[in-house]
Design a protein around this ligand. Sequence first.
Ligand code: ADP
Length: 247
Amino acid sequence: NSESNSQLALCDVSVSFGGFVAVSGLDLAVDRGELRCLIGPNGAGKTTALDLICGKTRVSGGEIRFEGRPIHELKEYEIARAGIGRKFQVPSVFRELTVRENLQIGRSHHTGVFANLVRFGGSTDDNEVERLAELVGLSDALEMAAAHLSHGQTQWLEIALILAQDPALILMDEPTAGMTGQETHKTAELFNRLRGQHTLIVVEHDMGFVRDIAETISVMHQGKLLAEGTLDEVSSDQRVREAYLGS
Ligand code: ADP
């Protein structure tokens, strides 16, 4: 798993805001199809790392490569087009539209408006919308207005909207925040279904959830990679313990 073969590689990436160094000499390599959890104390730079990958924030130094090609100088929409999707914590669903309509719009962004206009009865896109709804557990809610979904269901719709773009890599920032225990459990099941189909990088605080989904965990501290390994490996690492105690 050398860095050159990784789907995503951050090499010595840094960014400062004013004089404050939020990410400093960060190295991170993720293989295609991996489900990687990114953990670390508050302020470690996890969200900033996702912002750098998706181009929301520009690197001050270093390099980010995706599928062999440097992306750190591309614009956010170009990075999205290259196959990197990002789920933000605040959902961007159309609340007054149904789940089905939301997914249809999500699909039309992918296939293009023209393809969406040229419809032949029972288009394959309807099948795709229904497949996405089933994947995220919203088959029974297809005709429901998004405004009436629970918090967890809204998050799953948001995930389905990202999946509608079929990105090779999906970045998620605290996907289980605010979810009930049962919703968190269902989200872990969903992520396990997505495993291997898409590469996932998930910033997460809920260690029970991390245990349910992750193979490899990367621990950030003070803008750097502090440790990497299984949950058992990183949680028994003295440096990781100290980083959490000191936060
Ligand atoms: P984490 O996600 O690990 O909690 P963040 O990436 O959100 O950490 O933040 C890392 C550090 O960078 C924090 O100290 C935060 O206050 C700072 N930071 C993040 N974004 C900005 C910004 N746009 N301007 C100034 N400081 C920022």
